[in-house]
Design a binder for this molecule. Structure first.
Ligand code: SF4
Length: 154
C-alpha cells in the first residue's frame, strides 16, 4: 500500500504487514489498524479518525496513534518529510548550499550508476506505476565526471 502523507509503502508478507519508510530507510512491522489509519493520522483529528474507522475500536485507535507518535519521537520514522525540507535556499552560493547540506547531517552518498536495472520490481520508482513520475527504466548511465564530482563534494 502507498501512502499519501508519508513517503512509505507497506506490504503483506504471510500473516504480517511490513512498512518501509523510504526517508529513514527503515523497515517496521505494523498491523492492519495502523496501516488503515496511518495516512489519516497526519490530516485528521482523533475524533475524525474514530468516525471514519468504525471497524476499529476507539481504544485501539488511541493505542495506534500512540504507537505512531512513539515511532516518530524515538525512532525518527513515519515523519511526513516534505520536498521543501530538501530544497536549498536560492540565495546561497553553491559552496554554502553544499556546506549547509553536509552540516545538516549528510552521512550517505548513493551513486545510482544506471537506470537500466532489469529486475523490474512492481514498486520501483522507474516502473511507470506512478503517474507523477515520468522517468522509467532506461539506458542512462552516470558519467564518470558526475560521479567524481559527487565523491569530491562528499
Ligand atoms: S527494478 Fe527498481 S526497485 Fe527493483 S531492483 Fe531495480 S531499481 Fe531497484
Amino acid at each position: 500500500m502507498e501512502y499519501k502523507n508519508i513517503n512509505a509503502v507497506s506490504m503483506e508478507i504471510g500473516n504480517s504487514i511490513y512498512l518501509y519508510d523510504r526517508f529513514s530507510n527503515e523497515f517496521m512491522k505494523i498491523d492492519k489498524a495502523i496501516e488503515k489509519i496511518l495516512d489519516d493520522f497526519f490530516t485528521l483529528s482523533v475524533e475524525e479518525i474514530e468516525a471514519k474507522h468504525t471497524d476499529i475500536t476507539k481504544s485501539e485507535i488511541i493505542e495506534k496513534i500512540d504507537f505512531i507518535k512513539k515511532a516518530q519521537s524515538e525512532h525518527n520514522v513515519l515523519i511526513p518529510y516534505k520536498v521543501s525540507h530538501f530544497a536549498m535556499s536560492p540565495n546561497l552560493s553553491i559552496y554554502d548550499k553544499i556546506k549547509k547540506k553536509i552540516e545538516s547531517g549528510l552521512t550517505n552518498l548513493i551513486l545510482a550508476a544506471t537506470e537500466e536495472c532489469n529486475l523490474r520490481c512492481k514498486y520501483c520508482i522507474y516502473s511507470g506505476a506512478y503517474p507523477t513520475i515520468i522517468r522509467t527504466h532506461n539506458s542512462g548511465y552516470l558519467s564518470w565526471e558526475t560521479a567524481k564530482k559527487a565523491i569530491d563534494i562528499f
